[in-house]
Design a protein. Structure first.
Ligand code: HEC
Ligand code: HEC
Length: 318
């Protein structure tokens, strides 16, 4: 009996270790980068929609060139830019110019030093630790160290068009992953951009860096959106999709749209929409299996442990 119990215990421990390995090996790095990137975009929106920040971020008032005010001034991106280059990138002029530096070079910093920066070690007003928990601060550090991509040499500074790139590949990726929600022409979903309702084609032309950041990492506004980082896209694949999106119509009006009265349910559906889901579906399922497997093994191990305990207890009473 003793041998059975110790043998089973050994198996139990091995299975537990295996479960932990499977979980860590597959799920965490991308998940952390994505979390960090979405926090960088709009941490207040992500951690608590009800959280209210009053007034401007105190550092914001060190400049008076950008006229934005209120909760948006607390977002990392408002000061450091969608291209992570601050006053040396897309925000070097125009309405978003603040003079604040970028964070691109900070990816070389030591993780603890980087976390210190976010906790106000160098500048006490640059302290986000009262709002962000340890794991979120860490996700932000992981994002800054592993997620920042410099696209500037691939984007024409004047026309904002993608330089180089594979249009056919961009179209294929778009049709298989994005069209199901955004529509083949990018007009199915509208969102706010500088006080206007716009679509994907318009954003791709106006603000390629915001397009890339959110295509790669998503946004707190669309938790259901499939993102490049979880599909394992390369930096170039992100730009290929941007290149294709820059060819989509920029206006909101749909040609030949039936008037409201004539609209039938499902008429907004795009040709090939549901079918193009299959590829994404498989990828998502594989990801889910990888994570699910880890949990299943841990759960299974726990169950075996409990059964063993019961058997042992019943035997002991005889
Ligand atoms: C209101 C503007 C503002 C906001 C919001 C802001 N920063 Fe900063 N950040 C600065 C300024 C200015 C500096 C440079 C010196 C300083 O004050 O620390 C800086 C410095 C940094 C640095 C160090 C850069 C280097 O190369 O030394 C990092 C990293 C950084 N910020 C990341 C973030 C992150 C992540 C967030 C969001 C949680 C954020 N910042 C929010 C203004 C801002
Ligand atoms: C499951 C549906 C879904 C899929 C699939 C999807 N998106 Fe989205 N996407 C959304 C929603 C919803 C929003 C949020 C709109 C808003 O802000 O209200 C959004 C927002 C965006 C934004 C941000 C717009 C902004 O406000 O800056 C970009 C860029 C974007 N999507 C690109 C893509 C690309 C590229 C793909 C394909 C890789 C894709 N999306 C796939 C649903 C989806």
């Amino acid at each position: 009996m003793k041998r059975i119990i110790s043998g089973s215990l050994l198996i139990l421990i091995l299975v537990l270790i295996l479960g932990l390995l499977v979980n860590n090996g597959y799920a965490s790095p991308d998940v952390e980068i994505i979390r960090g990137a979405q926090l960088y975009d709009d941490w207040a929106k992500l951690i608590s929609p009800a959280l209210t920040l009053t007034g401007n971020h105190p550092i914001w008032d060190r400049q008076d060139t950008a006229t934005m005010s209120g909760v948006d001034t607390w977002r990392c991106v408002s000061c450091h830019g969608w291209d992570y280059k601050g006053n040396e990138g897309a925000f070097r002029s125009g309405p978003n110019y603040t003079g604040f530096p970028g964070i691109y070079a900070a990816r070389e910093m030591d993780p603890s030093e980087l976390e210190g920066t976010l906790a106000g070690v160098n500048d006490e007003l640059h302290n986000f630790s009262p709002y962000l928990g340890e794991s979120d601060l860490q996700a932000m550090v992981v994002f800054i160290q592993n997620g920042l991509i410099d696209d500037n040499e691939y984007i024409d500074p004047v026309s904002l068009k993608v330089l180089g790139g594979d249009l056919a590949n961009g179209q294929a990726l778009y049709s298989s992953t994005c069209a199901q929600c955004h529509g083949e022409d990018g007009r199915q979903i509208q969102f706010r951009y500088e006080g206007q309702d716009i679509n994907l084609g318009k954003l791709a032309g106006q603000d390629p860096w915001r397009f890339l950041h959110r295509t790669r990492f998503g946004t707190a506004r669309a938790p259901e959106m499939v993102v490049g980082a979880s599909l394992g896209w390369t930096a170039q694949e992100g730009r290929d999709v941007l290149l294709y999106a820059q060819t989509l119509p920029t206006g909101l009006e749909l040609e030949n749209t039936p008037s409201i009265g004539e609209q039938t349910p499902g008429s907004g559906e795009q040709p090939g929409g549901p079918a193009s889901n299959v590829f994404t579906g498989i990828l998502t399922a594989l990801g889910a299996i990888a994570t699910g497997l880890g949990f299943a093994i841990i759960l299974g191990a726990l169950l075996i442990g409990i059964i063993l305990l019961i058997v042992w207890f019943l035997r002991g009473r005889k």
